[in-house]
Write a protein that binds this ligand. Sequence first.
Ligand SMILES: Cc1ncc(C[n+]2csc(CCOP(=O)(O)OP(=O)(O)O)c2C)c(N)n1
Length: 317
Amino acid sequence: MEINFLQAYKKMILIRIAEQEIADHYLQNKIMSFVHFYVGQEAVAVGVCDALGKEDKVMGNHRSHGHYLAKGGDLNKMVSELLGKENGLARGKGGSMHMIDKSVNFIGTTPILGSVVPLSCGSAFEQKYNKKDGITVAFFGDGAFEEGIVYETLNLANLFKLPLMLVVENNLFAVNSKLSDRRSPEYDIEKIVSGFGVSYVKADGNDYEDVFNKTKKIIETVRTGKPAVLECIAYRHMAHSAPIFDEGYREEDILEKRQEKDPIKKVKQSLLDSGIKEEELVIIEEDTKKIVLDSIKFAVDSNYPPKESLYTDLYAS
Ligand SMILES: Cc1ncc(C[n+]2csc(CCOP(=O)(O)OP(=O)(O)O)c2C)c(N)n1
């Protein structure tokens, strides 16, 4: 699997434009349901998923639009789920934080912080137990990494030598609380992870190439049953949970820094350096915007789930 900047650019632009248009749609239609945008972190989802195979399974958290689209997901189904429509990923009953699409091995997202970690461990256990090809990858944040279940899972993952890769997207905040408000100065993620015998790699989450190359390398050993944590330092450009941009509490990731280190800008520069013309990239952006607007229209025109299905697909009734 070789690096392909054009393919990466197309995917990252799709995620970025989709979220920007969805954010506009929420604002214009006064949609008040929770939605956590991924803008700024695209290099992580695309860098990791581009290094995976179709047989590899991916799970996510409350901020997973990017993970799903990077794994090859269907935008029509995703937007429909966000708008609560019956042809959505969870038949319109889950919303933005509960996405699942087994057709692309995207096996679920869970918004309870840290809960995706033991679930992904179970998936990796099943893959190993049934001698299947493929690994399981779970995306979650720096805040979620502080949940106790993560440490129990690191222990089990290495005890059972599972093909599990945990991607910690460290965007410096959990809601508005910064790392130094939550962790002692001695807190050292590398030491914690290594202490369980799990491999640890750190990547620049603003840099697609770095994420792709490090993922590609580390998953070779993950496939042999050596679990790993990939920590990606990235910037979340938007508010924690709203279709708006917010400032005020930021320190390192101020607007100018976010613009300077924008992961899409970096991939775009690599393409221009390789001889691709700016106009070609503009056409890709325009085509992508059309695809996104069509998906939003598709979702708006779709039906809500029928009343009779109120009690189906539920764990409890
Ligand atoms: C167990 C639990 N506690 C609190 C919350 C509320 N909550 C939702 S997202 C979030 C912050 C998550 O931060 P992080 O894991 O770093 O991910 P990010 O939002 O930065 O991507 C919190 C506290 C929750 N969903 N689950």
